[in-house]
Design a protein around this ligand. Structure first.
Ligand SMILES: *Cc1c(COP(=O)(O)O)cnc(C)c1O
Length: 388
């Protein structure tokens, strides 16, 4: 992959805009035509022509071309969020009465999409432990049309053998979609393994600056045309040109951000794994990860997410730890330039037991490693762990 060509040049037709090095922000909702014939031609193919920004916009298009190239995809559609990209990808492939298989612990709004929203429209979803491809095979039914994957997920990092699941889906004519937000196109290529559609929450690493919410859906021209004519144009959950312009700026540095984040994450990982007050560490790159062989085969490098289980007997100690952090901002999301901590206990009322009725372990704190120096982050974790 000629990364620097993709990031610095692909899709940028500088001769068309006075040699400007930074791409223009085409902040226009509509595009006008000199003749009826030209307008008629645009109506003939809104996917390719510029007519209306809910369909196509030149600034967004530069971004589409770059993200598609990074994923090794024929095409990419950008959305106003990762959730919209996932919803559009699934909705383009299923209809009422169809059955969908989804991994057991997907991103929460992917679960809500399948179970709650599409469930109301007659799409039935079974949630399956995806760590063994045989579990998908066992859950197949007459009406199964699609398999929804997320490898790894963003809390406990369960993975699926993407090539194996893609092979079994293809043999039965099922569509597959994989959330690749954790790995980024740099560290995992689901399409090359036979998956049909790849989703990114571009809010995370692709943009990387915590200032845009965006989504990407990558796949073949044929499938993306189907998405375009269906949910993309009808739901209109598009990425605004200004957000696309900001994302182009963020994307330029993806490889150096990921390189730095991977290095720092390995240092932080070694620190927390050796710390006596950390009971367990979840990371695809931890030797203790039950699928570490699959990580080594399927992931080209580390991203900056890891989850620690604190050695505590109650939520109060988790709160003391998190409140004491000074170099990790406490919030949701991940993938930015800044390090973050997400305590699961913040989602529940204060007096909830350490293990909730539904089995959630509130001693878990997810860390997203940013661009700070490793020793700064380790020192911060050390002083916060001392408060336990
Ligand atoms: C954040 C996230 C999403 C949703 O993306 P948004 O941009 O917030 O809509 C989907 N999948 C994963 C794994 C995520 O972390």
């Amino acid at each position: 992959m000629d990364l620097s060509w993709i990031l610095n040049h692909l899709g940028e037709e500088r001769e068309r805009y006075f040699g400007a090095v930074a791409p223009p922000l085409m902040q226009s909702s509509i595009f006008a035509f000199p003749t009826v014939a030209a307008m008629r031609e645009a109506f003939g193919d809104e996917f390719a022509e510029h007519l209306y920004t809910r369909g196509n916009n030149p600034t967004v298009e530069i971004l589409r071309r770059k993200v598609a190239a990074l994923e090794g995809a024929e095409d990419c559609l950008m959305f106003g969020s990762g959730a919209a990209a996932m919803a559009s990808g699934v909705m383009a492939c299923v209809a009422g009465g169809d059955h969908v298989l989804c991994v057991a612990k997907p991103y929460s709004w992917t679960r809500a999409l399948l179970r709650d929203l599409l469930g109301r429209y007659g799409v039935l979803t079974s949630f399956v432990d995806g760590t063994d491809p045989a579990h998908f095979e066992a859950a197949l039914g007459e009406r199964t049309r699609m398999i929804v994957l997320e490898s790894p997920n963003s809390l406990t990092f369960e993975q699926q053998d993407l090539a194996a699941v893609a092979a079994l889906a293809r043999a039965r004519g099922l569509r597959t979609i994989c959330d690749n937000s954790y790995a980024t196109p740099l560290n995992q290529s689901p399409l090359a393994l036979g998956i049909d559609l790849v989703v990114h929450s571009a809010t995370k690493y692709l943009n990387g600056h915590s200032d845009v919410v965006a989504g990407a859906l990558c796949g073949s021209h044929e499938l993306l045309r189907q998405v375009f004519r269906g949910p993309y144009m009808t739901l209109g959950a598009i990425l605004a040109p200004h957000d696309a312009w900001l994302m182009l700026r963020g994307l330029r540095t993806l490889p150096i951000r990921m390189e730095r984040i991977a290095r720092t994450t390995r240092e932080v990982l070694a620190f927390v794994e050796a710390h006596p007050r950390v009971r367990r560490v979840y990371s695809p790159h931890s030797a203790s990860h039950p699928q570490s062989a699959l990580s080594q085969r399927q992931l080209r490098g580390a991203s900056g997410l890891l989850t620690i289980e604190l050695d505590v007997t109650g939520v109060a100690a988790v709160e003391r730890f998190c409140d004491a952090l000074t170099r990790f901002l406490m919030t949701v999301s991940w993938g930015g330039y800044e390090s973050l901590a997400f305590p699961l206990c913040a989602v529940f009322p204060r007096d909830t037991a350490l293990h909730t009725a539904t089995g959630t372990n509130l001693a878990l704190v997810r860390l997203s490693i940013g661009l700070e120096e490793a020793d700064v982050l380790i020192a911060d974790l050390e002083q916060a762990l001392a408060r336990l």
